[in-house]
Design a protein. Sequence first.
Length: 302
Amino acid sequence: MRISLNASSLLGSGDVGALKDHAAQSADEGFSGWWLAQTGLIDALTVFTAMDGKFPSLELGTAVIPTYPRHPTMLAGQALTTQAVMGEQPLVLGIGLSHQPVVEGMLGMSFDKPIRHLIDYLSILNPLLEEGAVEYKGEAFTTYMNTSRPSQAPSVMVAALGEQSLRVAGHRCDGTILWMTGPKTIASHIAPTINAAAAEAGRPAPRIVCSLPICVTDNESEAREDLSKMFAMYGQLPSYRAMLDREGVDQPGEVAIVGDEEQVMSQLDALSAAGTTDFAALEIGRNADESARTHSLLLSRL
């Protein structure tokens, strides 16, 4: 299981320079990847281009870009341009449907037939990334385009949790990017579903990227309670609530990677055994000691 970092907790500062510095440190330390969410008004792909391909050993990935605000032709162009600027540095274009309360409540758009939307989106995005050409008429999107493109295409993954979206991801993409999903659910639901779909489509075994909060601490119960409060909204969004229910837990903090060094190592081993190919750590330290211990443990897993 590869170990990477999820730097999305840094987005709240609005400091793009701090993000670039964090990525540079992550590359120097030998982490396999560096993931950034597309939330608020910092554009993740633009942050990647600002790094100018200076960290060729560090995979950069979006976790994830919501599909509804961006037409697939626009995202294809942005992703191809980003990959061209990055050169040989690997890019993962992680996309996702977001959530009905966000799409309808915040954006004022319809969330009708989200799986149909995802199929149509990928039916346009993938050919444009791979060939620069597509002829497709769908319910959600229709595009007829044949144009020049940079030669190197990024990998595409989908934030797929439910059975239908996992099957779409397995048939059409390189893997799934998870959040609020624990080892029991990965072993019994995520891995079998997406692996079977990929096999049906004759595709290579997909990557399963699991991102969770992680905190090395001597106060496990207190830390889990704090994390449950910090991430309370994810216990209310239907797709994440379904994953927590599958795992048999009530609160988001219960699925986080928390405990002393031995406990955290055991929890990471459980994720790997469940079928996780990549762990993207969202480091949460409530004080300097926890931050240092958490980072040190992750370094020891490289």
